[in-house]
Design a protein around this ligand. Structure first.
Ligand SMILES: *Cc1c(COP(=O)(O)O)cnc(C)c1O
Length: 381
């Protein structure tokens, strides 16, 4: 189905942050498959981990244990202080799990009725009906109703707005992205996130952080909530953790680790050992040194682009950056494609989500090309 507005390019192969189309043209990749290929494409270490598991057992169903799944859960909990992991296949599926778990947590403690989840206006949480309902953007809702109920939308960065909705509705949770990705790379303020943590504690609302895009080293911390010095009750992630294979996780703190028992949730492919073996390799390589490098590259991009011809503003954190320009991001992305540079857009901005290990030579080349494109497109009448 023509559900995607694809660029007219067929990618046939690549290495790291360089991709090649079928006509032999070379591209520098500043999108990494939408924050998925954290170590670029055809990464040898990751591919070796995946291939080795493929030749042991590729799938068992969740009726049995597998080592990669168990080790990945253990490593995730060790590095985040969380207690339990549910494995699915995508960001939307991870968020579905979080939504179900938050409601069930509340039912077990307070009985029926406390089922509403507060999300933010301009958020994005996925394309299934429940996660679309959670998404606070009317544009995504048009023509697809009726939606599952139980979502209300607060003004991002307004604790008063959250408190008002919590007073008017019987709520069990608040769900946020620390940086609204699809919403235009818009970060939430430090005060808001810290205040939200306090308010959720006082009201026994679960604080759910959607780390599908921001997670796995993308913003310069392992998970983006870590920048705020808070701990969510539940977070979800996908995209980068799978490194290119489908994997989505809901990760539970002690507070809600007993929300779901046998029979209450499931996924045939969830926790697939091949995906988990790859993810385990990825997680083991998201080291403090790598995160420092992510922040250095981020600073470099910001320095080069801020004040550059046609650039209005740079938002985001780490290697999740939005560049607002005098012309729509889409026009700049098209011009960049011509010059062998792949960039993404989010709302009207250019969005940059390169591989965390993009080599400096390619990064400087990409930023130079992007500057030229922005300047040329913005100079057009
Ligand atoms: C991409 C994204 C999702 C949806 O993930 P899928 O794997 O496409 O289902 C959910 N939340 C956020 C914040 C995302 O960026």
């Amino acid at each position: 189905m023509p559900t995607y507005a694809r660029f007219p390019v067929q990618i046939v192969k690549g290495q790291g942050s360089e991709l090649f189309s079928e006509d032999g043209k070379r591209y520098i990749d500043m999108g990494s498959g939408i924050a998925v290929n954290v170590f670029g494409v055809a990464d040898k270490e990751w591919a070796a981990a995946v291939s080795a598991q493929l030749l042991k057992v590729q799938h068992t169903s969740n009726l049995y244990y597998t080592e990669p799944c168990a080790l990945l859960a253990e490593e995730l909990c060790k590095r985040t202080g969380m207690k339990k992991v549910f494995f699915g296949n995508s960001g939307a599926e991870a968020n579905e799990c979080a939504i179900k778990a938050a409601r069930r947590y509340s039912v077990k403690k307070y009985g029926e009725g406390r089922s509403t989840i507060i999300t933010m206006k301009n958020s994005f949480h996925g394309r299934t009906l429940a996660t679309l309902a959670a998404t606070g953007q009317d544009g995504y809702h048009k023509d697809f109703g009726p939606f599952p109920g139980g979502f209300v939308y607060a003004e991002p960065d307004s604790l008063d707005s959250v408190k008002q909705l919590a007073a008017e509705n019987k709520c069990c949770a608040v769900m946020i992205e620390t940086i609204q990705g699809e919403g235009g790379v818009v970060p939430l303020s430090d005060d808001f996130v810290k205040g939200l943590r306090r308010f959720c504690d006082e009201s026994d609302l679960l604080l759910i952080v959607d780390e599908v895009q921001t997670g796995n080293g993308r913003t310069g911390e392992l998970y983006s909530y870590m920048h705020y010095g808070i701990k969510p009750d539940l977070f979800t992630t996908a995209k980068g953790i799978g490194g290119g294979l489908p994997l989505g996780l809901a990760v539970f703190s002690e507070k809600c680790e007993n929300a779901l028992e046998p029979g209450t949730h499931g996924s045939t492919f969830g926790g697939n050992p091949v995906c988990c073996a790859g993810a385990l390799n990825i997680l083991s390589r998201l080291t403090p040194d790598l995160l420092t490098e992510v922040n250095r590259k981020s600073d470099y991009i910001r320095q080069e682009l801020s004040g550059a011809d046609g650039v209005l503003e740079i938002t985001g954190r780490g290697l999740m950056l939005g560049v607002a320009c005098k012309k729509p991001g889409k026009e700049i992305a098209n011009a960049a494609l011509e010059k062998g540079l792949l960039v993404l857009t989010a709302k009207d901005k250019v969005r940059l989500l390169p591989a965390l290990t993009i080599p400096w030579e390619l990064l400087t080349e990409a930023v130079d090309t992007l500057k030229t494109c922005i300047s040329e497109v913005c100079a057009e009448e």
